[in-house]
Write a protein that binds this ligand. Structure first.
Ligand code: IPD
Ligand code: CA
Length: 277
């Protein structure tokens, strides 16, 4: 039986706002780190925010599977799952930069029109992204227009690279830097500006809102893109993705549609995965 998506959206909004409140209260606090690598940081607050979200979601949906950046819970074979990034932009947040968000997607097994199913058969049907610092809340349900703070949004109609604002992400490892930097080097001469702002989910909803014209990244994870992908599509944009050997890791291009082909031709060799080049 399919879920009441309006109810699911309301519950996800409550969960995102609760976690966002924790982020806002702690932006300038001293943060406890749980692990660091050269290109990444993880915080105790990442886990605390995920637990807060899980508590709210499982109160209403005890049978759910939760696939989160900070771990999974529940029955992996469930007909629906929540895909959560409790803090997207953790490095910004750690450094006191108020550009980070909460990302929550509901995915259901199915093949409804309006969005492509992931390789394991799940489609995103409800999406919430919340930036607690700007108090911006993006929402979408499959088949309905995307909205920002309740007002419908649309991607830009810019179709000239010379006018485009294109955002890029570098994931968390050297291999991705090696793959992305040549793309950025080439694109930088063609577009108006390149932006690398450090929160993939926010970059995607900036595309959906017509602020950016494209967002590209390699080796990005499902929880970074599940909600943003549906929001981009529901705002008239294109969410192109290709899974790597790991079904939950992707190369992606989210675009305003008008520039999709031009951006894709500069970002991807269609015959090869970036990782194989
Ligand atoms: C990361 C950020 C970053 C992107 C990485 C993500 P996190 O998420 O969105 O901008 O380039 O691919 O993993 O670790 O801050 O949740
Ligand atoms: Ca993330």
């Amino acid at each position: 039986m399919s879920l009441d998506r309006q109810k699911a959206l309301n519950v996800a909004v409550d969960a995102a706002k609760a976690a966002g409140g924790l982020m806002k209260a702690n932006l300038f606090a001293e943060k406890k780190t749980t692990s660091t690598t050269q290109y990444d940081i993880k915080l105790e607050l990442d886990v605390e925010c995920q637990r807060t979200i899980e508590t709210i979601l499982t109160r209403e949906y005890p049978e759910s599977f939760i696939l989160g950046e900070e771990g999974d819970t529940g029955d992996e074979g469930a007909s629906h799952r929540w895909v959560i990034d409790p803090i997207d932009g953790t490095v910004n947040f750690t450094y006191g930069i108020p550009h980070a968000c909460v990302s929550i997607a509901l995915q259901e097994k199915g093949s409804e029109a309006g969005t492509e199913a992931y390789r394991d058969g799940y489609q995103t049907t409800v999406a919430v992204i919340y930036d607690p610092f700007c108090e911006e809340l993006w929402t979408a349900t499959l088949g309905e227009p995307a909205a920002l703070n309740g007002i419908p949004i649309q991607v830009s109609n810019r179709d000239r690279l010379e006018e485009a604002l294109v955002s890029v992400g570098f994931s968390k490892n050297e291999q991705t830097l090696d793959q992305m930097l040549p793309v950025v080097n080439a694109l930088a001469y063609e577009v108006r500006k390149i932006r690398t702002m450090g929160a993939a989910a926010l970059a995607m909803v900036y595309v959906a809102s017509g602020r950016f014209d494209g967002y590209v990244e390699n080796n990005i994870r499902l929880w970074d893109i599940a909600a943003g992908g549906l929001i981009v599509e529901s705002a008239g944009g294109v969410f192109w993705r290709r899974a790597t050997e790991d079904p939950h890791t992707f190369q992606i291009l989210a675009s305003n549609r008008a520039l999709h082909e031009k951006l894709a031709s500069r970002c991807f060799n269609p015959d090869k995965m970036w990782g194989q080049e």
